[in-house]
Write a protein that binds this ligand. Structure first.
Ligand code: GDP
Ligand code: PGA
Ligand code: MN
Ligand code: MN
Length: 607
């Protein structure tokens, strides 16, 4: 057995509650060694991973890793929120009694880290000193070195974040398991990703993929955070967060918004770099995946990004779509690429949409490690990179990261937007002033699922506020909580629904997207200010064509514009029927939400 006490003493981990927790799980998992890590250990751990072949060099200070080929995305059907109260059961949170799940996970984890090192990762999902800091601390235990390296990039890591916090930290246990023998996707699937929300304990077994294994990020930053927020009066959402300053007027607006995984949050928050639309606007990046939102003492709504890094989708990231992302993963940044293609001779990485596909196949291997030049003819067109391949880089590497991104006060929120991949019906943007209608709009977000969730790509489904995979309590309570928090805010944010993904009959996107998305957001802020009036429709206010800045848009975009600035009333009326069924699943949904639904339905019938 390892000498836990001595190891923790040497690491300066003094918090007695954390020490007890570490000793408890070291005993269960049977790890051979314990190592407490901090951000300062990064260089050494990187070297160890390179020596062990877990990481491959991908240029100066850049690294490449592959995950097991059946372990490349979040496994939603294996993800469970457990509590001791059945009233927490919702439609999407896969609720189970904690008394049933905890023993299962203990059994799976028993002895499962034998011969391995158990890394202790004390972390904070917040800048230090924020009003929600008390809910942001955690300690992840993992037997996977790559998880440590990713966590060091994605969170603030070190004993100093947890030593003084007593027992208010999340216990987050990650055991990788024998990936080749877990029956992923079969009836005998052995993986379990459980958040025991009312005990602030996370038990994940059977994956080393980021979305399942970086417990600070998704399991704590979203699921546990949302549960804690519900009990303590704040919101925790899968939202990006950006700030737009109009240099002519000096006004700054902060907008946050939910789009389902792999539907454009990271791109929206990053690509709108300072020069996105001439030099009138200055766009700052705060966060790309998670926002914690609360009402400040002054009655205003505040938001902050609890993360310290970006875990971005690689596909289609290039100089044109997202130059800021490209700049944040250049040599020297310490970025880690996962499941992209790799050239074993030149150490280059490549993914679909990065550049023209290399024509010289020498040295190239696909994301599984198979040599491209040796591919059978029938596999010639298979993607080189996994569609959910990713890059991991810290916020400090993002060129347009806001100067005050670490300010614990957070930033005032002026707008909340929702969007997703919707091929018809949803216009470019529709603004909603009424809070209940805005919350209703978020709850009825319908979009195509993406490769970020295993086996679901392209399936049309409702994804309330983009939180479906992270919902930790019942949807009715969730809706009531939103209304309660926003009810307390003395200045209300404006809501909007956006869609960058409407398609033409030939399948092409009708809107160029990416950096051009600043145009509808600017319109929204002008609308908020009363500078434009838009066109009232049954589902919100749409921009008049001439109210949008159209300078420099290409011919095709200009020709397609009228389609994405109109409402197809019969199609919307059909949608209202689907929404009614969707909302009816949520027992006890607040009457204000139903009233909003009926108002919109009535307006459509009168149109
Ligand atoms: P996130 O997972 O929500 O953060 O989404 P990302 O920003 O990483 O984008 C996911 C995928 O959608 C990537 O392949 C992007 O290239 C693509 N994407 C993002 N924004 C746009 C857009 O405005 N238009 C189009 N057509 N694709 C986009
Ligand atoms: P994404 O983040 O939203 O950027 O895809 C990871 C995830 O939600 O799985
Ligand atoms: Mn996400
Ligand atoms: Mn993202």
């Amino acid at each position: 057995m390892v000498d836990v006490e001595r190891t923790l003493d040497e690491a300066g981990l003094t918090n007695p509650h954390v020490r007890e927790y570490v000793a408890h799980w070291a005993n269960i998992t049977g790890a051979e060694r314990i190592e407490v890590v901090s951000a300062a250990d990064d260089a050494r751990l990187i070297q160890e991973s390179l020596d062990a072949g877990e990481l491959l060099p991908a240029g100066e200070g850049l690294y490449y890793s592959r995950s097991y080929y059946k372990d490349t995305a979040r496994a939603e059907e294996r993800t469970i929120v457990a509590t001791s109260n059945e009233a927490d059961k919702g439609v999407y949170n896969n609720w189970k009694p904690s008394a049933e799940m905890k023993p299962k996970l203990v059994e799976l984890m028993t002895g499962a880290s034998e011969g391995k090192t158990m890394y202790v990762i004390p972390y904070l999902m917040s800048p230090k000193g924020s009003p929600v800091e008390k809910f942001a601390a955690g300690v992840e235990l993992t037997d996977n070195r790559n998880v440590v390296l990713q966590m060091i990039r994605m969170a603030r890591v070190g004993v100093e974040y947890i030593n003084d916090l007593g027992d208010s930290f999340v216990k987050a246990v990650h055991v990788t398991g024998d990936l080749e023998n877990l029956g992923q996707g079969t009836p005998d699937d052995k993986r379990y990703f459980v958040t025991v929300a009312d005990e602030r304990t996370i038990l994940h077994f059977g994956s080393s993929y980021g979305g399942n294994a970086l417990l600070g990020k998704i399991a704590h930053g979203l699921r546990q955070g949302a549960y804690d927020g519900w009990k303590n009066g704040f919101l925790v959402e899968q939202f990006m967060l950006l700030g737009i300053t109009d240099k002519q007027t000096g006004k700054k607006y902060n907008i946050c918004g939910g789009f389902p995984s792999a539907s454009g949050k990271t791109n929206l928050a990053m690509t709108l770099a300072p020069d996105a639309l001439g030099d009138r606007y200055y766009v700052e990046f705060y966060g790309d995946d998670i926002a914690w939102i609360w009402v400040g003492d002054d009655g205003k709504l505040y938001g902050m990004n609890p993360e310290n890094g970006v875990f971005g989708v690689a596909k289609d990231t290039n100089e044109k779509t997202n130059p800021t992302a490209i700049d944040s993963i250049v040599p020297g940044t310490g970025a880690i690429f996962t499941n992209v293609a790799y050239n074993a001779k030149t150490q280059e990485v490549w993914w679909e949409g990065k550049s023209e596909k290399p024509t010289d196949l020498d040295g190239w291997e696909d994301w599984k490690g198979d040599i491209i030049a040796d591919r059978a003819p029938e596999n010639a067109d298979d993607p080189w990179a996994h569609p959910n391949s990713r890059f991991t880089t810290t916020l400090a590497n993002v060129p347009n990261v806001a100067k005050d991104f670490e300010d614990p006060k957070g930033v005032e929120i002026h707008g909340i937007i929702f969007g997703g991949r919707t091929r018809d019906r949803e216009p470019l943007i529709r603004a909603i002033r009424d809070v209940a209608e805005g919350v209703y709009d978020g709850l009825t977000l319908g979009a195509e699922a993406t490769a970020a969730a295993d086996g679901l790509e392209g399936v049309l489904r409702y994804d309330p506020m983009s939180m479906r995979p992270f919902m930790s309590y019942s949807e009715a309570d969730y809706a009531a909580h939103w209304l309660e928090v926003l009810g307390r805010a003395t200045t209300k944010p404006i809501f909007a629904h956006v869609n960058w993904f409407q398609r033409g009959e030939d399948g092409r996107f009708l809107w160029p997207g990416y950096r051009e998305n600043l145009r509808p957001l600017n319109w929204l802020m002008e609308y908020l200010n009363g500078e434009v009036e838009g066109v009232q429709t049954p589902v919100g206010v749409l921009p008049k064509r001439e109210e949008l800045n159209l300078e420099g848009l290409d011919e095709q975009a200009l020709a397609d514009l009228d389609t994405i600035l109109t409402i197809d009333v019969p199609r919307w009326q059909q949608e209202m029927g689907f929404r009614e069924k969707h909302l009816a699943q949520f027992d006890g949904l607040p009457e204000e939400i139903w009233e909003a639904h009926r108002r919109v339905a009535q307006a459509l019938d009168n149109a």
